[in-house]
Design a protein around this ligand. Structure first.
Ligand code: IMP
Ligand code: MG
Length: 173
């Protein structure tokens, strides 16, 4: 595995994250918002969004794992760390780095809905629609990507490349 072509530069990402953050803030219209950030991939993304979301925001971290060290989803998603969070009666925004098969977002959404929020919306930086297996609603989407494995800006492969400021393709070679 090696790094390939840059897909989105850090400047492109920053611009798009600002647009998404502003759209979320506008739609939220001053009401309190709980952001549920899916670890670990969306740390940079959530940090970037946070700057644009205003004061009435609570950020909670949850873990959802379906990937091991490979590049394909197992479809088995474990969701944890959502025990004591401010969700009931609140507007919730689930944030993930990328939606691929859709299993992760669907599993997290189901877990969140069981906690009786006032509303649930979803936000992803990247959308890879070609690989979708489960239909999930995406309310805020940064960019669409083709069916290639990408890393950087929080996205990893086997724990590597998260710290890249841009997003690049990972090549098999
Ligand atoms: P899904 O459950 O198949 O939609 O997968 C979502 C999760 O898989 C994301 O939160 C990522 O952690 C991981 N993932 C999917 N595609 C990629 C990729 O191209 N690069 C890095 N991680 C990915
Ligand atoms: Mg992830």
């Amino acid at each position: 595995m090696s790094l390939g072509q840059v897909v989105f530069t850090s400047e492109q990402i920053a611009r798009r994250v600002a647009e998404l953050g502003e759209a979320i803030r506008r739609d939220q219209a001053g009401r309190p918002l709980t952001v549920l950030a899916i670890l670990h991939g969306c740390i940079q993304f959530v940090d970037g969004l946070r700057e644009h979301l205003g004061d009435e925001v609570t950020i909670e971290l949850i873990q959802a794992s379906s990937y091991r060290d490979g590049t394909a989803s197992t479809g088995n998603v474990a969701v944890s760390r959502y025990g004591k969070m401010a969700v009931a009666g609140r507007d919730v925004l689930i944030v993930d780095d990328i939606v691929d098969t859709g299993h992760t977002l669907a599993a997290v959404r189901k877990a969140v809905e069981a906690m009786e929020p006032r509303s649930v919306r979803t936000c992803v930086l990247l959308d890879k629609p070609a690989r979708r297996q489960v239909d999930v609603a995406i309310d805020y989407r940064g960019f669409e990507v083709p069916d290639v494995f990408v890393v950087g800006y929080g996205l990893d492969h086997a724990g590597r490349y998260r710290d890249l400021p841009h997003i690049a393709r990972l090549e098999q070679a």
